[in-house]
Design a protein around this ligand. Structure first.
Ligand code: URA
Length: 217
């Protein structure tokens, strides 16, 4: 908004007899053009990555997806079969459940950004190895620093450990707001765990609501 537009608006309210305005300023909008450009550049780097052996067995690299201006970012573990097939994160059953539970708190997939610790599928969905997590780490860090979300929700134990350290346990950490530099990190269960343990869905939604409280926009 131009300065004199703001002046006109304030004069308008003053002429109406308003003496005080309680204004909540929105977070300054990041330049989505720049963020988009640098994310695309990083995506091309990922697509040339041979830092571990997983590139040999994957079908597609799964970079990440969503709104480059998101204030809420989710971090999962690694692509599964559906994600490997489509080159997009969380498009299988766990992803559908995540979408449904996001809707319960009034958030849509288009509002968030979602990425994984690993950009390639481990064969037969085995657990990520330490060396693979290390090799992929800088891609995730760069994604976070380009998107600059206010809040990061880690899904499951690998994302929790990748961000907050190997000593963290999901049952003791979930729902807690951790400060990681300028980011608030809130760990919670992985949606695949919820598919096996639907009783934990309520806790998961509570954790999402905690995350929502800390959003800046
Ligand atoms: N599980 C994950 O951790 N990430 C995906 O993208 C899909 C399933």
């Amino acid at each position: 908004m131009e300065k004199n537009q703001l002046g006109d608006i304030l004069n308008f309210y003053r002429d109406l007899g308003v003496e005080y305005l309680n204004i909540k300023l929105k977070k300054e909008k990041k330049s989505s053009k720049n963020t988009f450009f640098y994310l695309e550049k990083l995506k091309r780097e990922v697509e040339n990555c041979k830092a571990c052996e997983l590139y040999k067995t994957k079908k597609h690299y799964v970079f990440g997806d969503g709104n480059p201006n998101a204030d809420l970012m989710f971090i999962g573990e690694a692509p599964g079969a559906n994600e490997d097939e489509q080159g997009l994160p969380f498009v299988g059953r766990a992803g559908k459940l995540l979408d449904d539970l996001l809707k319960e708190i009034g958030v849509e997939r288009k509002d968030i950004y979602i990425a994984n610790c690993l950009k390639c599928r481990p064969p037969n969905n085995r657990d990520p190895q330490e060396s693979e997590l290390k090799a992929c780490r800088s891609f995730l860090d760069n994604q976070i620093n380009l998107i600059k979300p206010g809040v990061i929700v880690t899904l499951g134990r690998f994302a929790l450990m990748q961000l907050l350290g190997n000593d963290k346990k999901i049952t003791q950490s979930r729902g807690i707001v951790f400060e990681m530099g300028i980011y608030k990190v809130i760990p919670t269960y992985h949606p695949a765990y919820l598919l096996r343990n639907p009783k934990a869905i309520e806790i998961f939604v509570n954790d999402l609501n905690v995350a929502k409280k800390y959003l800046r926009i």
